[in-house]
Design a protein around this ligand. Sequence first.
Ligand code: SF4
Length: 320
Amino acid sequence: MTQPLLEIKGLKKHFTTKKGLWGKEKTVRAVDGVDLTVYPGETVSIVGESGCGKSTTGRCILRLIEPTDGEILFQGRDIRKLNATELRRARRDMQLVFQDPFASLNPRKTVGQILQDPLIVHGIGTPAEQRKQVEEMIEIVGLTRQHLDRFPHEFSGGQRQRVGIARALILRPKLVIADEPVSALDVSIQAQILNLMQDLQKEFQLTYLFISHDLSVVRHICDRVAVMYLGKVVEVADKRTLYEKPTHPYTQALLSAVPVPDPNQTVKRIILEGDLPSPANPPSGCTFHPRCRHSMETCRTTIPALRQTKAGHFVSCHLE
Ligand code: SF4
């Protein structure tokens, strides 16, 4: 059986906040016990509303922010137990593509320098070899060698994201965490970047963890989907099962809001009551119960476990 590339067990990230000098401390449960397994070569998407903890999960995996609890096993080793040198080595294999490529690219450096920097940091190759790798990579992502001497502000949004992808791939990682990589782009450009990412996945045998709030984008690229709500994963399934037979009431509501291209097909929209509750004061029991149309007494008091209901289909709901 294939070994997972990434296995997350009970991942938590709690932030402590305080209002004013004398204010009471509050714990914000941004990520509150996430379990997820990612196998080599697949694309797993984490979806959910803004504030559900999906981006924080991605950053915890890379230890860009320190998790509060849980295990992050990457190729069998717990990332949380690595020292600084081991972590830097592990990060060669785990790269991040940001939502806003402009904000993530140093405006004072040329694209050539931006792409060469990771090679310098990790001591890979001579300057001439690094230059050759940079030239190859810029062409692989659909730009030209002439672009290497330009600065980030001279590029369009789509071109900048190509540079962001090139920077992530220059170290030939195994896992790429893409955090809303196309949400800042026009729809026509989104398709180009998604197609590029799919081509690169085949070429470099990449595994993607694709974080997005947009279920129509996710459908285009993923193999499996994990739906997050208020810091927890509430449903995990392969793409077909999730889109055709969503089980968790929250997933059903999210999918009912996705536009359908066929005018003859009507989907009954499920309107969610109220806003996403604050992770500083989450509801008791099932945190979705104040907005759930199937809520029962037990939902208010008992937290539902994420259980396997069919092969590869996990749901956290008392109805299942
Ligand atoms: Fe709704 Fe209860 Fe299921 Fe939560 S556990 S999703 S409140 S039915």
